[in-house]
Each structure stands twice: as structure tokens, then as C-alpha cells.
Write a protein that binds this ligand. Structure first.
Ligand code: PMV
Length: 327
């Protein structure tokens, strides 16, 4: 009974922040997924439950009623879900009471795109349940619009990666291009556990760029070169070069002020344990870092990050974007 869909989380491998100013970025879908189950109800309610957030409640006649957890938090987390479901109803031209159950394996608010993965999975599950025949492009568009409710003006990196999977090159003016990567990319992801705001970090970079344009412009240029070299290295299965480029990319992010003490501890711990390279990923100021390591070093790097106070896990690239798990 019901339909279960899942969608992957993402990491930004190269180019965060500089992407805001038109430079390219490389993004990767990782094998940590959010799951959503959709079932019909006999009444008109849209009932949503998140197992991992311990939140539940329902929307009915324009109101939200909380059943578990904090009402404000629940409505904030569930609003994109409601929006996405409404869009599926619009496509169908009819409405239906639904039970949505969310189960996400993606750390929340850490820059791994957990909210996008959830909305993509929900949209796909509801579409399959009600036979709305949405294409992946439709799912992406709906999830992107829903993400705008949470993040204001996001780039769309998160819903694109969750929907399509694999590796993507993103640039503001040209959008997304799939990047064919045959090699494995063995990563350890370390969550600092320190909360951060993407908006605040983006403003920080804007401020430093405005105050020191002649200093920061060459940094932007270097960031572009890193991405171009990284694309070559990805095509040539050259892990060592990728590691070097990650280290340089991190130094540039440090230069524009978005690293912090919690990230520095984990980035250095990973390098000491034999990582080929490590850097913060996403907005910085807390959140997550990533380390690239040969398979035989992954456990060492993981333990080292843990000893340095982080919450690490091993992650691999996944080519599977959103998919139906059970119907
Ligand atoms: O940590 P995240 O996933 O919110 O990443 C933000 C990436 C930035 O480049 C800093 C901002 C953006 O919109 O691209």
C-alpha cells in the first residue's frame, strides 16, 4: 500500500560561494537518501509526519494543526511539502487527502541539501501514487519552487542534484550540465554539528568582495581555474590532483572568511590521517567538510575526524537521482 520514493543528498565538490558571482561549481549526488511514502486518505487532510525530526501534523482548509513537536518548526519544515503536493494537484486538476511519511538519512541543516531531497522524494511519491505522470524535469521545477520558500533565492543546485543524481556542473548563466564521471569518488563527510546560515555566509563574502575588490577578484579567478582543472581530473580518474585542488579550494574559502574553527579542526584532522585533500563544503561557518581518500585510508580519516569532534560518515557518488522504491 502506498508509494515510496527516495532522492539523494548532495555535496558541493568545488566552487561554492564563487558560483554566486558566475563561476562554475561541481556538485555530486551522494548515497545518503531521503525517503517519502505517500498514501491516500479517506478525508481531505494532508497529513505529514517526519520520523527523523519527530514532527507531525496536518493541513486542512488553509490551517495547519500540529500533532507532534513544535508548531512553528513543523509548519516551517512542512510548508515546502504542502506547496509541492499542491503543484501535483494542479497538474491533476483534482485534490485528494494524503498521508505523507518522511524518513531522511540526510543530516539536517548541514549543507547537504536535506530539505531538497525530501521535497523531491515527496513530489515523486505523490506523482506516482496519483498517476500525475510528472517527468524528472517537472519534479525538479516543483521542488525548486518549493525550495524558494525555504531559502529565498537558492541556485537550484540542491533540487537538481537530488532529482537527476550523478555529477553536475553548475553555472549561473548556463544552468546545469551533467558531468560524466566513471571513477568512484570515495569521500568522508564530517559534520561539525555547528549550525550555520547560508544567507549570512553569502553576505560575508559579498562584504569582503566589496571592500577589497582587487584582492578578491584574483581569488574568484583562481576558483574558476580550480573547477576547470577538477573537471579534467574527474575525466582522467586522477584522485591525487582532485585532492590537491580540494586543498587549494579550501584555502580560497578560508581567504574569503567562510571557514571557522570547527571546520579547520576537521579539515586538518582528515589531512593528518592521510586524506588526499579536504575542504569545507557548502556555505561554511560550520556545517560539513569533505575529505577525499583512497579506499584503504577511509576508515583512518573517519576515525580522525571523529576524534577531532566531528560526526563523520563515508559517502560515495550515486548516479541514482530520484527513484520509486515501492509502488
Ligand atoms: O550549504 P549550502 O548547501 O546552503 O550551500 C550554499 C552554496 C553557496 O554557494 C554558498 C550559495 C549558493 O546559493 O550557491
Amino acid at each position: 500500500m502506498g508509494v515510496v520514493a527516495s532522492a539523494p543528498a548532495k555535496v558541493i565538490l568545488f566552487g561554492e560561494h564563487f558560483v554566486v558571482y558566475g563561476e562554475p561549481a561541481v556538485v555530486l549526488a551522494i548515497d545518503r537518501r531521503a525517503y517519502a511514502k505517500a498514501e491516500t486518505r479517506s478525508d481531505k487532510r494532508l497529513h505529514v509526519r517526519s520520523a527523523n525530526l519527530n514532527l507531525s501534523g496536518y493541513f486542512e482548509n488553509g490551517y495547519f494543526k500540529v500533532e507532534q513537536g513544535d508548531a512553528k518548526e513543523a509548519v516551517m519544515k512542512f510548508e515546502p511539502v504542502r506547496f509541492a503536493v499542491e503543484k501535483v494537484f494542479e497538474k491533476l486538476g483534482s485534490r485528494q487527502g494524503l498521508d505523507i511519511e518522511i524518513n531522511s538519512m540526510v543530516p539536517v541543516a548541514a549543507g547537504l541539501g536535506s530539505s531538497a531531497a525530501v521535497v523531491v522524494a515527496v513530489t515523486s511519491a505523490v506523482s506516482a501514487l496519483l498517476d500525475a505522470k510528472l517527468s524528472k524535469e517537472d519534479v525538479f521545477r516543483i521542488a525548486f519552487q518549493a525550495e524558494k520558500i525555504v531559502h529565498g533565492t537558492p541556485s537550484g543546485i540542491d533540487p537538481a542534484t537530488s532529482t537527476f543524481g550523478g555529477a553536475l556542473i553548475f553555472q549561473m548563466d548556463t544552468g546545469f550540465k551533467p558531468l560524466e564521471v566513471k571513477m568512484e569518488i570515495p569521500l568522508v563527510i564530517g559534520d561539525t554539528g555547528v549550525g550555520r546560515s547560508t544567507r549570512f555566509q553569502v553576505e560575508k563574502v559579498r562584504d569582503i568582495k566589496e571592500r577589497y575588490p582587487q584582492v578578491i577578484d584574483p581569488v574568484m579567478h583562481a576558483a574558476r581555474e580550480i573547477v576547470l582543472r577538477a573537471i579534467e581530473a574527474l575525466k582522467k580518474n586522477d584522485l591525487e590532483t582532485l585532492g590537491d585542488l580540494m586543498n587549494i579550494n579550501h584555502a580560497l574559502l578560508y581567504a574569503v572568511g567562510v571557514s571557522d574553527e570547527s571546520l579547520e579542526w576537521l579539515v586538518n584532522a582528515a589531512r593528518k590521517a592521510g586524506a588526499l585533500g579536504s575542504k569545507l563544503t557548502g556555505a561554511g561557518g560550520g556545517g560539513c567538510m569533505i575529505a577525499l581518500a583512497r579506499n584503504e585510508k577511509l576508515e583512518n580519516v573517519l576515525e580522525s575526524i571523529q576524534r577531532a569532534g566531528g560526526r563523520p560518515f563515508i559517502a560515495k557518488k550515486t548516479d541514482d537521482g530520484v527513484r520509486i522504491e515501492q509502488s
